[in-house]
Design a protein around this ligand. Sequence first.
Ligand SMILES: NCC(=O)N[C@@H](Cc1c[nH]cn1)C(=O)O
Ligand SMILES: [Zn+2]
Ligand SMILES: [Zn+2]
Length: 481
Amino acid sequence: MSHSLTSVFQKIDSLKPQFFSRLTKAIQIPAVSSDESLRSKVFDKAKFISEQLSQSGFHDIKMVDLGIQPPPISTPNLSLPPVILSRFGSDPSKKTVLVYGHYDVQPAQLEDGWDTEPFKLAIDEAKGIMKGRGVTDDTGPLLSWINVVDAFKASGQEFPVNLVTCFEGMEESGSLKLDELIKKEANGYFKGVDAVCISDNYWLGTKKPVLTYGLRGCNYYQTIIEGPTADLHSGIFGGVVAEPMIDLMQVLGSLVDSKGKILIDGIDEMVAPLTEKEKALYKDIEFSVEELNAATGSKTSLYDKKEDILMHRWRYPSLSIHGVEGAFSAQGAKTVIPAKVFGKFSIRTVPDMDSEKLTSLVQKHCDAKFKSLNSPNKCRTELIHDGAYWVSDPFNAQFTAAKKATKLVYGVDPDFTREGGSIPITLTFQDALNTSVLLLPMGRGDDGAHSINEKLDISNFVGGMKTMAAYLQYYSESPEN
Ligand SMILES: NCC(=O)N[C@@H](Cc1c[nH]cn1)C(=O)O
Ligand SMILES: [Zn+2]
Ligand SMILES: [Zn+2]
């Protein structure tokens, strides 16, 4: 290892208490982008992050206002959270790396089944884990870029690249309007960016580090069914009015079967065929059905073979039903007929699916199913947001640098994986900035992102920061862009 990286790694180890403290302060802000009542908290977290950037010596810090959130939305004139742009260094002789992350988080409540308060970071050094909403997705990795700068500075080593940050607060809600900003700033704030790195996904399993070159996209829908003008007593009106929830259950139930097969006509035809070359890639990836079962805490896998699991996570679409707004969902036994219900579902998209065509197939399917019910209620299905899939070629300078960095930190070559989740803005970065994008995950496949008891292993936090540092160093030394 080069002398400079040795001393940076030592600083990453010795600054750990400061990094814990920074993470603790960030996690306690409930920056849930999907909860309109918590929007001010998302703004508070943006402010906290900009203060951290400033304290660590970043400059040209801009809190970019993206305006008002577009519909569908319940709160009128709700402002979108700012995008935080900043720089560390502007030396024309160095390469420039843009790092993207998101500071918003998924909702979380103790009652959902968390062992500890979700918005209070629980650090268990004995077990080697930290628990809290956002710790792995994506607050921990986002702050790590700032931590890495601190470690270089404390070690007295020159920072190897110019760093540009693009941190957003709406990723968990579709990255609304970020597209426009990136296109607008491609020749402005982002001019001269050589590479984009995103740390916002996970290792496939729990042992082997990975580098990621593909993501599925996500089209998120709601089917709205309305009838009575107000919720009704089911003893008085049950059996004599058409109930929106009964209609909705049938529409939602017609979308997918229990084996995960999507029942909407025309979708299979849009999926790129599997080639022999691609098929061969799956066999060398380290993963098993046992790892999947361990991550879900159950034996509910639809497939036994590794190849089937990976293909259905990475290269085939899936449809998930998430919940119903407007319906009774609390404890107890409320005898209500909900008057207006919003059924939420999403489709993870893959090459070569077209978002607009998909939406028209989904609407056609839902309309036809509802019509077949002969209900007097009203039904419509709308797209809430969509985000593109992304698949790239992992044989370039930054993947090579990240591979070398991973080997240095973890002692093994990483697997090259795709991801079942989505980061809507990835393709926009690649196209608008005309650069390669690297996904450099920090956490493990069993971290529980979006779930209860979200965690990040301390070894992954520290190892992840060292990998980031070494990747930047090696990329800066690469003869190619
Ligand atoms: N860590 C990435 C992530 O969790 N992404 C979200 C993004 C999203 C939200 N709605 C649509 N896409 C994901 O669910 O994959
Ligand atoms: Zn994320
Ligand atoms: Zn997420």
